[in-house]
Design a protein around this ligand. Structure first.
Ligand code: UDX
Ligand code: ADP
Length: 461
């Protein structure tokens, strides 16, 4: 059903990290479409319409402002929006199940299914339904069954259009994507719906970057892309452990292998581990699907990527304890950064959470600083209140500290006055660079004992 003003009504269910930025980009590039983003969370919906957006993402405020009130709308009236919609993107959360069958691995589809049932209940016309959230392969089949089992004579065409944006660079990724993937049934109605979605992206994405496929390839590609990216990080992290034993330097190894054009330079930064809402969840999803089909060897292969990530975080803390004379009890340790990567306030699956908890278990006094993620850090560690300190200012945070651990690669952490920080720390002062971003030689000259990932330590004792 189209209105007289707008060519089509697009609705996005779920105003989170994926739905908000993606719809802001579609609205900005397609002014003839009305784009309404709905959510069950009224605070989120209200925040999207203020200068304090519910998520931090460079360039996002300007993008939202461009279309807000013109053809971009945020609303809690989910039924009203669905009723008017021609095209519905679904980007509700699909966390890993914490209960029952598949707990710890399979995706929890309750939010998706609830959404499908609401769509069914309130729809009065045919609609295109697009999976935007990452979903297990063949979820579209279940959705088709739920939606098309209606006695209203309505047809719902289910498509998969997985989102590949990375947080912190969401606006740039949406503006200039490597590719847009649109999967549909290869039936007449499936191909027609596919063309409608291609039309939206063709407003700003070059045709050769719009890839179409069958529904199952699109669903699977999202999981596989994230599994491959995470695998690169786990691979280089595994080598970082070997470098620390052999005096090789992981940065030099990464450069040497990354210049091979078949390997390429990206995603070879050894770190304290990968975080984020996707990598672990999507790999575990892949593992679960493989197990479901009896492909146990394939499941174990991908599971090892997650296990290596957990090992890397454990190794980081074990090393801290070992070099700080086998105890951190009562020692003030600053986590420089809490977000799972720079330029985001998101802390989901951030290695900082595991590191903070392990240090607290060792009775350390943990101090957390981050320019954008402190609110989320407080929520993540709410059960540790009283045992942990949150501090906006890295200089204040490090006063009388025994050690600093760099957890997030925020640019400005490279520009801090480390001589000033050193002066106010307990001695010997330690820096553990979990992101290999600091100038280690300079820090060593100042007086720090410097431990990084995959490099020989620089120590004064
Ligand atoms: C990822 C995918 O990149 C994106 O395509 C998908 O849509 C969602 O999942 P995101 O989780 O936002 O995006 O961030 P990404 O840049 O991939 O980083 C993930 C984690 O890996 C971060 O913790 C990051 O710090 C870490 N990382 C990344 C490394 O440790 N080393 C690297 O070389 C690259
Ligand atoms: P992602 O990173 O995939 O975007 P988020 O958790 O940031 O995930 O966003 C998902 C959003 O979906 C949340 O704001 C949540 O309130 C919303 N949501 C969950 N279930 C529903 C639902 N049934 N109807 C509308 N919105 C929903």
């Amino acid at each position: 059903m189209t209105s007289t003003i707008f060519k089509k009504h697009i609705v996005c269910i779920g105003a989170g990290y994926v739905g908000g930025p993606t719809m802001a980009m579609i609205a900005a590039r397609c002014p003839e479409y009305a784009v309404t983003v709905v959510d069950i969370n009224p605070e989120r919906i209200a925040a999207w319409q203020t200068d304090s957006l519910p998520i931090y993402e460079p360039g996002l405020l300007v993008l939202v402002r461009e279309s807000l009130g013109r053809n971009l709308f945020f609303s809690t009236d989910i039924s009203g929006a669905i009723h008017k919609a021609d095209i519905i993107f679904v980007s509700v959360n699909t966390p890993t199940k914490t209960y029952g069958e598949g707990a710890g691995k399979a995706a929890d589809l309750q939010y998706w299914e609830k959404t499908a049932r609401t769509i069914l209940q309130v729809s009065g016309s045919n609609k295109i339904i697009i999976e935007k959230s990452t979903l297990p392969v063949r979820t579209a089949l279940a959705m088709e069954r739920i939606l098309n089992a209606n006695d209203k004579g309505l047809h719902f065409e289910v498509l998969s259009n997985p989102e590949f944006l990375a947080e912190g660079s969401a606006v740039a990724d949406l503006e200039n994507p490597d590719r847009v993937l649109i999967g549909s049934r290869e039936t007449e109605s499936g191909l027609k719906a596919r063309a409608e979605i291609v039309d939206i992206y063709a407003h700003w994405v070059a045709p050769e970057r719009i890839i179409t496929s069958n529904l199952w390839s699109a669903e699977l590609s999202k999981l596989v892309a994230n599994a491959f990216l995470a695998q690169r990080i786990s691979s280089i992290n595994s080598i970082s452990a070997l470098c620390e034993k052999t005096e090789a330097s992981v940065g030099e190894v990464a450069l040497a292998i990354g210049t091979d054009s078949r390997i390429g330079p990206k995603f070879l930064n050894a770190s304290v581990g990968f975080g984020g809402s996707c990598f672990k969840k999507d790999i575990l999803n892949l593992v679960y699907i493989c197990e479901h089909y009896g492909l146990h060897e394939v499941a174990r292969y991908w599971e090892s990527v997650v296990m290596m990530n957990e090992y890397q975080q454990q190794r980081f803390v074990t090393n801290m304890i070992k070099v700080m004379f086998n105890t951190v009890a009562g020692k003030r340790i600053v986590l420089l950064g809490f977000a799972f990567k720079a330029n985001t306030s998101d802390t989901r699956e951030s290695p900082s959470i595991a590191v903070a908890r392990k240090l607290l278990n060792e009775h350390a006094l943990v101090v957390i600083t981050d320019p954008k993620a402190l609110d989320n850090a407080r929520i993540d560690l709410h059960d540790c209140a009283g045992r942990i300190e949150f501090c906006d200012d890295p200089y204040e945070a490090s006063r009388n500290a025994h050690a600093i651990a760099v957890m997030t690669e925020w640019d400005h952490y490279c520009e801090l006055d480390y001589a000033r920080i050193f002066k106010h720390m307990e001695k010997p002062a330690f820096i553990f660079d979990g992101r290999n971003i600091l100038d280690h030689k300079k820090l060593f000259t100042i007086g720090f004992n410097v431990f990084s990932i995959g490099k020989s330590p620089l120590k004064h004792f």
